[in-house]
Design a protein around this ligand. Structure first.
Ligand code: CAA
Length: 259
């Protein structure tokens, strides 16, 4: 466990770089320092050749109950503009390795926005999702109105964002927000299994698949298809592509090198 941080903990287990949000006394409310540490830890893992996949989870009884209300209390618009705190969030979109979010308890406001930055979400059966911002006289500011709408559509996004009602893991699964719901006591184990499965895959395939899926949100179908094809061709310059196909023909386990 790495304790160089004040608001998170990090460790590398079986090629998974794990980041644990660690302010359980305030349900992992995200203050500027915490977001900055999360993003820095992600970038460190992105550069670390021993890390193949990044896992994000919360300590205590929540993943994260939103941005830190105490920190926002006395801020004015100019201070927020000068602080430019959301630029840290933008850096998450540039992480090349897959990010698995393992969420439980409360996933609210900024905590939900952080979860929406993950590539795969596993949720404990008791997880509660929601955007309570409207009830506080503010609104989501780290992508909530945009990412949620792209993911679940206008009608549902409007309902959840405007009412601030919380919804269940089951709802989140039905809307395509989470990949799987798992029993609470199995969340860590199931997340590790998924991380291990991805970590065993050749990293260049994983990287270009992640990039291509993200392009589906940004480009037209024709542009996205073009991007996919280029990435497909690019993999044919890798040693792992030769190894993967040959290993299949020779009926042996592939030995991927990440090149
Ligand atoms: N910021 C700061 N502190 C928070 C917090 C937050 N977002 N959420 C919880 N806490 C603190 C509480 O103040 C409390 O501290 P004290 O013990 O010192 O009173 C502690 O965490 C435990 O919380 P509760 O006693 O309230 O626990 P509960 O089980 O009764 O309720 C809850 C849980 C329903 C999640 C409730 O804490 C809550 O409503 N939290 C706020 C949720 C929220 O509004 N989030 C959105 C924030 S705005 C945002 O995120 C903007 C953005 O998009 C960038």
């Amino acid at each position: 466990m790495n304790n160089q941080w004040s608001h998170i903990q990090t460790e590398i287990v079986k090629n998974a770089g794990t980041i644990t949000l660690n302010r359980p006394e305030v349900l992992n409310a995200l203050n500027t320092m915490m977001v900055s540490e999360i993003v820095q830890a992600m970038e460190n893992f992105d550069q670390d050749q021993t890390v193949k996949v990044i896992v994000l989870k919360g300590a205590g009884r929540a993943f994260a109950a939103g941005a830190d209300i105490d920190e926002m209390l006395d801020k004015n618009a100019i201070e927020l503009e000068l602080l430019n705190q959301f630029s840290d969030w933008d850096r998450i979109a540039r992480i090349k390795k897959p990010i698995i979010g393992a969420v439980h308890g409360f996933v609210l406001g900024g905590g939900f926005e952080l979860a929406l930055c993950c590539d795969i979400l596993l949720a404990s059966q008791y997880t509660e999702f929601g955007f309570p911002e409207a009830g506080l006289g503010i609104m989501p500011g780290a992508g909530g109105t945009q990412r949620l709408t792209k993911l679940i559509g206008h009608a549902r996004a409007m309902k959840w964002l405007l009412t601030g009602e919380r919804f269940s893991a089951e709802d989140a699964w039905q809307y395509g927000i989470v990949s799987s719901i798992v029993p609470d006591q199995l969340l860590v184990e199931e997340t590790e299994k998924m991380a291990e499965a991805i970590a065993k895959k050749p990293p260049l395939s994983v990287r270009l698949i992640k990039e291509s899926v993200h392009k589906a949100n940004e480009l037209s179908l024709a542009e996205g298809m073009q991007q996919e094809r280029k990435n497909f061709y690019l993999l044919f310059s890798s040693e792992d592509q030769k190894e993967g196909l040959r290993a299949f023909k020779e009926k042996r386990k592939a030995d991927f090198k990440g090149r």
